[in-house]
Design a protein around this ligand. Structure first.
Ligand SMILES: Nc1ncnc2c1ncn2[C@@H]1O[C@H](COP(=O)(O)OP(=O)(O)OP(=O)(O)O)[C@@H](O)[C@H]1O
Ligand SMILES: [Mg+2]
Length: 442
């Protein structure tokens, strides 16, 4: 069995490891006699459980509190003289920051049982955190613009009507379509993506609707189309603006009647499928110019989800850059340790015409090409003087200033949430909520 790690914090050098049974019960114990030592140990590796030995009129109350909140994945247990519990400061701290407490002298059997429970609970908490991180990894962002997108995704997911996703190239339209599917009642069914711009015009009909054996030369057997393949799920029609006009008629008929006919058949088939379409061109303009059917436009445009350009997502550039860095570092070993401050600034000033896709490419290339410990602007191909600062809305400016204040306070307190909250003049809970909203991990 892997050793369970226990951090024993004994600021008053009272007892050392309080009961020797801990060592024989499969615990690997590290002792710290002051807060700094304890923090260093925490930085050096993950502990599951902490044990703090406190005294009456505890002189180090503040460092005990900081320590207990330094790693949210840990559970802390206090070991203290009975009299301690009558002191307001200590009682409050135990209530707020500890998993449990035992009074001295400790009964080794009971203490070991508590440590075991605390370990089990810490492991469960950890699994919960991992699961949340995984789902959040699908779509990263904490800017107001992205929060609005997440909320739109949740709203349209619960409805059956067609959705039209708009946004520049590389912003995450396909990811958005998948997110809608996964949050909808059709999540158990297939998600089938068709790029209408990539299929030759003469093949689109049979690709979408399928064909019967003998429908044309070469049709040696029946083949079902993409719409039929998406039955009970979602069909994602990407670059819908590229659909030829005659195919637009057929698609419109499907949207109205919910039936298809395979090429070479006159038998209508009812298909239960939700349509989600995306376009990076201005469809309303295509309608005005006669390149896109107005009736189809209104059929598709029942619900509309806009994916913001990366330059509109204030604060997300850093979050995304670090996210992709971690992702690629996990895929492939790299000597690079992170981004230099200049690189971060260059990315923040860049306009990102290719949006998230462009960022993926730049970060990936920089990680391969960089000959430095930290990625430079040149590694990212962003060394030129940056374009003029664009104008931002008041809401964006506020959000960005708030985020920066939180990041600064955390940095200043070496990630101690309690201290950072004090500095910011908010409660610890409020700070945790803000951090969660902003996608900042302690
Ligand atoms: N918010 C995000 N968090 C993490 N990854 C993202 C995010 N947005 C986009 N991506 C990634 O960026 C890439 C481009 O996204 P996607 O293909 O969904 O964009 P698109 O708008 O369909 O682009 P295109 O117009 O080029 O087809 C994908 O690899 C996707 O996983
Ligand atoms: Mg796409």
């Amino acid at each position: 069995m892997e050793a369970r790690r226990l951090l024993c914090f004994d600021p008053n050098r009272s007892a050392g490891v309080p009961v020797p049974e801990i060592l024989t019960a499969g615990w690997a114990v590290d002792l710290a006699t002051n807060a700094e030592e304890a923090m260093d140990l925490l930085d050096g590796g993950h502990f599951h459980v902490g044990l703090a030995l406190l005294e009456a009129r505890e002189p180090c109350l503040h460092s005990v509190e900081s320590l207990c909140n330094a790693d949210g994945r840990m559970n802390w247990i206090a070991l203290l003289p009975d009299a301690c519990l009558r002191e307001r400061g200590i009682a409050r701290l135990i209530g707020e920051s500890f998993y449990d407490y035992h009074t001295l002298p400790a009964d080794p059997r009971r203490l070991l049982a508590t440590l075991g429970h605390a370990y089990g609970m810490a492991t469960l908490k950890q699994e919960g955190l991992d699961a949340v991180e995984e789902t959040e990894e699908e779509m990263v962002g904490s800017s107001p613009a992205m929060l609005a997108l997440f909320s739109a995704i949740r709203k349209v997911a619960g409805v059956e009507a067609p959705v039209l996703i708009t946004g520049e190239s590389g912003t995450g339209k396909e990811l958005t379509a998948q997110a809608i599917h996964e949050r909808s009642g059709r999540a158990g069914g297939p998600f089938v993506a068709v790029n209408c711009g990539a299929i030759p015009a003469n093949l689109i009909q049979s690709e979408l609707f399928g064909y019967e054996k003998g429908a044309f030369t070469g049709a040696s057997q029946r083949r079902i189309g993409r719409i039929e393949a998406a039955a009970r799920g979602t069909i994602f029609l990407d670059e819908i603006g590229d659909l030829p006009l005659d195919m637009q008629v057929n698609l419109l008929r499907f949207l109205q009647e919910r039936t298809i006919e395979r090429v070479g058949s006159t038998q209508p088939l009812h298909i239960d499928v939700r349509v989600v379409a995306a376009t990076h061109v201005d469809l309303a303009r295509a309608v005005a110019e006669g390149r896109f059917r107005e009736d189809l436009y209104y059929r598709l445009h029942v619900l509309d989800v806009h994916v913001p350009a990366l330059r509109e997502r204030l604060g997300d550039v850093e979050v995304l850059a670090r996210f992709f860095f971690r992702k690629f570092a996990a895929e492939k070993r790299s000597g690079v340790e992170g981004f230099s401050a200049q690189a971060m600034r260059a990315m923040e000033g860049h306009e990102w015409p290719g949006n998230v896709r462009e960022m993926i490419n730049r970060v990936r290339r920089a990680m391969v090409m960089s000959e430095h410990r930290l990625i430079t602007p040149a590694d990212l191909g962003l060394e030129r003087r940056q374009s003029r600062r664009r104008l931002v809305s008041l809401a964006e400016a506020r959000a960005s200033a708030e985020r920066q204040a939180v990041l600064n306070a955390l940095k200043h307190s070496r990630n101690n949430v309690t201290q950072a909250a004090q500095q910011l003049g908010v409660s610890r809970i409020t700070l945790y909520r803000l951090m969660e909203k902003m996608g900042i991990q302690p």
